[in-house]
Write a protein that binds this ligand. Structure first.
Ligand code: NAD
Length: 370
């Protein structure tokens, strides 16, 4: 069983899909791990650390040659996968809705694409869930980046020269990233409020010391613990709530996503205009179309004196920790299904059917039907 890990090619990607720790653990299962030269550099992992853990280092072609499984953070271009075994698994994130053509191409190439972001949100799959592990770090980093951009302090400070008041932070969207953003902003000493469309999050906000701010009667819980899209009336109710709250905020962190759709628009230009100059908005959804009008990935845009920012790949800004967690998710996934008799993983129906995009030359995932 040969497992290959390539250097990530996307310009904004500093993570890597295996660390020396997971290489060692995969070796203990009986797999041989091949790593492309320099694959870990941007995540502060030298080739020598992989070698020490038992991996072989080589060119991309040598790494992929006859591989049974290729692991990636982002799915590699097909050109890099020539030489992998027919039917080889590629376990990575695929952005299947955004990059549908690539899924079709993988099918044609006879590869089995396993989309890690389609991992079901069930208890036994929690340790394999890359969306959770990466969103958690992203929520943390968004607050730090916004704090750095903000020309004032977060905590209240009483000094001989007078008092500095605490920053007011408003978190919109209280999933994994939002919860970590609330916790991080609290730790930095801010006064935190938060909103969501799933009413069950009110208790979670309070448990972290935040204040829940909800539009009355607004609930849009969708399938699998995710949010559903709002109706026109619901959008208007939410806009009213945001308008009345946002003018008093110093920092706004937006994290709202709807699976398979563009991110919902939560903050309009007119609402930004009511904020104080020097306020900061961090749009964590900027790569999915943005929650905030005017946000541009990897740029700080100034509108009405407010700084609007967001990264195209936030977890990549914490590449070492993000790689450690991502690669553990991948290891936990393979380990959970490892068949010791055949020396290879065998997926069960519940998880296999959820994450498998392509098999036997076809696109097989029901979420991509039509
Ligand atoms: P997400 O990244 O899909 O969305 C972020 C947040 O934005 C969500 O809380 C969502 O409700 C909210 N949102 C969407 N539209 C909104 C709008 N118009 N206005 C305000 N907020 C809006 O969410 P996520 O972090 O992936 O979490 C989704 C759910 O899955 C949560 O309930 C989470 O606790 C759960 N979860 C379960 C597991 C598991 O059991 N294995 C693992 C991770 C997450």
């Amino acid at each position: 069983m040969k497992i290959a890990v390539l250097k990530e090619r996307a310009g904004n990607e500093a993570r890597v899909a295996a660390t020396p720790e997971t290489v060692k653990k995969l070796g203990a299962l009986g797999a041989q791990v091949f790593i492309e030269q320099g694959a870990g550099e941007t995540a502060s992992i030298p080739d020598s650390a992989y070698v020490e853990a038992g991996a072989e280092i080589g060119s991309a072609a040598k790494t992929v040659a006859d591989a049974d499984i290729v692991m990636g953070v982002q799915a590699p271009d097909l050109a890099l996968l020539k030489g992998a075994k027919p039917g080889a698994w590629v376990a990575a994130t695929f952005n299947p809705f955004g990059q549908r053509q690539r899924v079709d191409d993988y099918a044609k190439a006879g590869l089995e694409a396993l989309a890690m972001e389609f991992m079901p949100r069930i208890t036994r799959a929690q340790s394999m869930d890359v969306l959770s592990s990466q969103s958690n770090l992203a929520g943390y980093k968004a607050v730090l980046a916004a704090a750095d951009q903000y020309g004032r302090a977060f905590p209240m400070m009483m000094t001989a020269a007078g008092t500095v008041s605490a920053a007011r932070v408003f978190v919109m969207g209280v999933g994994v990233a939002g919860l970590q953003a609330i916790a991080t902003a609290k730790r930095l000493g801010a006064q935190v409020s938060a909103t969501d469309v799933r009413p069950e999050t009110a208790e979670q906000i309070a448990s972290l010391g935040g204040k829940a701010v909800f539009a009355e009667g607004l609930t849009a819980s969708g399938e699998g613990g995710y949010a559903a899209e709002l109706t026109g009336e619901q959008k208007a109710a939410q806009a009213e709530l945001v308008s009345s709250h946002i003018a008093k905020q110093d920092i706004v962190i937006t994290t709202a996503l709807i699976p398979g759709r563009a991110a919902p628009r939560l903050v309009s230009d007119a609402q930004i205009a009511t904020m104080k100059p020097g306020s900061v908005i961090f749009d964590l959804a900027v790569a999915q179309g943005g929650n905030v009008e005017g946000s541009v990935a990897d740029k700080v845009v100034e509108k009405h004196g407010v700084h609007i920012m967001g990264y195209s790949n936030t977890p990549s800004h914490l590449a070492a920790d993000a790689s450690a967690l991502f690669s553990r998710n991948l290891f936990n996934f393979l380990n959970a299904f490892w068949d010791t008799e055949t020396g290879r993983p065998v997926l069960d129906e519940e998880i296999g059917d959820a994450i498998r995009l392509t098999q036997g030359g076809k696109v097989v995932n029901p979420r991509l039907a039509g």
